[in-house]
Design a protein around this ligand. Structure first.
Ligand SMILES: C[S@@+](CC[C@H](N)C(=O)[O-])C[C@H]1O[C@@H](n2cnc3c(N)ncnc32)[C@H](O)[C@@H]1O
Length: 254
């Protein structure tokens, strides 16, 4: 095999291997990709993510097979889900071009792959090597995993508009203070006391995520996670489930 062909085949393999590591349909600031495996498994037939983002928990392992309902207030993110659920096909996604470093894009789906929360503020972005690589990996992941979301539902609206049904509620709002800023609807727009009251009234079980300033529920340490640019951040959890045996698994996380 010619050297060029060998290099191409090796880089293709690396890309394919990396795509296996991706666990969300698109890159998203604050996604739970790295730590999703430490949260309790769902005990109910429905999973509701009232702060959807890229919905890492619903895509984790076999969770996607459940009746998944997403709620997302940012219309751009909700529209992306609407398209993935109702319209997009793997062929259409694979036909989307790779991005050239230095060119500009105004597509939200491209912009969120910039690996920075500042991306939420941009209308147009200049393609960096990181963005081009993230997009190329995501595109293949989306095409291969699209079938998992075709039975899901997305509601564009406030978390309080979620249906009042028995479910596993994965509640991952923008975290309090600085780390939850930057989203179009960020921590400065949330009333955390009302969120806590609402969460405690859900039917089924609740898994609530927060960071170091989470104080509106009796959170317990989950673990420290490596965030964007290798920065360590503290993750805490509040888990309330009527299924006693599973509550005991909380000690695994302490
Ligand atoms: C921390 S992110 C969720 C990350 C998600 N778990 C993931 O794996 O990608 C929080 C999300 O909540 C959305 N959001 C903020 N305020 C909201 C509200 N009042 N109702 C619904 N969604 C909201 C933000 O737009 C953002 O997408």
């Amino acid at each position: 095999m010619a050297i060029i062909e060998q290099i191409e085949s090796v880089s293709y393999k690396i890309l394919a291997d990396q795509s296996l590591l991706i666990k969300t349909m698109f890159y998203y600031y604050g996604r739970k990709k790295q730590i999703v495996k430490y949260y309790p498994d769902p005990n109910f037939d429905s999973i509701i993510e009232p702060f959807a983002g890229s919905a890492a928990y619903s895509l984790h392992e076999d969770n996607w097979k459940k009746n998944v309902i997403l709620i997302e207030k940012d219309e751009r993110v909700a529209s992306l889900w609407e398209w993935l659920i109702a319209k997009a096909t793997p062929e259409e996604i694979l036909r989307m071009p790779d991005l050239e470093i230095g060119e500009k894009s105004s597509e939200f789906l491209h912009i969120i792959h910039a690996a920075t929360k500042m991306a939420f503020q941009y209308r147009t972005i200049k393609i960096t090597p990181v963005l081009a690589r993230n997009w190329s990996i995501s595109k293949r992941y989306i095409a291969n995993n699209l079938f998992k979301v075709k039975h899901w539902q997305i509601i564009c609206g406030d978390y309080t508009e979620a249906p009042d049904i028995e479910a596993t509620w994965f509640i991952d709002p923008p975290y309090r203070k600085e780390s939850g800023k930057g989203y179009r609807y960020g921590s400065d727009r949330l009333d955390y006391k009302s969120l806590a009251e609402w969460a405690l009234k859900r039917k089924g079980e609740i898994i609530c995520c927060e960071g170091e300033y989470g104080d509106y529920l009796p959170f317990q340490p989950l673990r420290n996670s490596k965030g964007v640019a290798g920065k360590m951040s503290k993750e805490v959890i509040f888990y309330k489930s009527p299924i006693k045996e599973n509550q005991l698994t909380l000690f695994r996380f302490g």
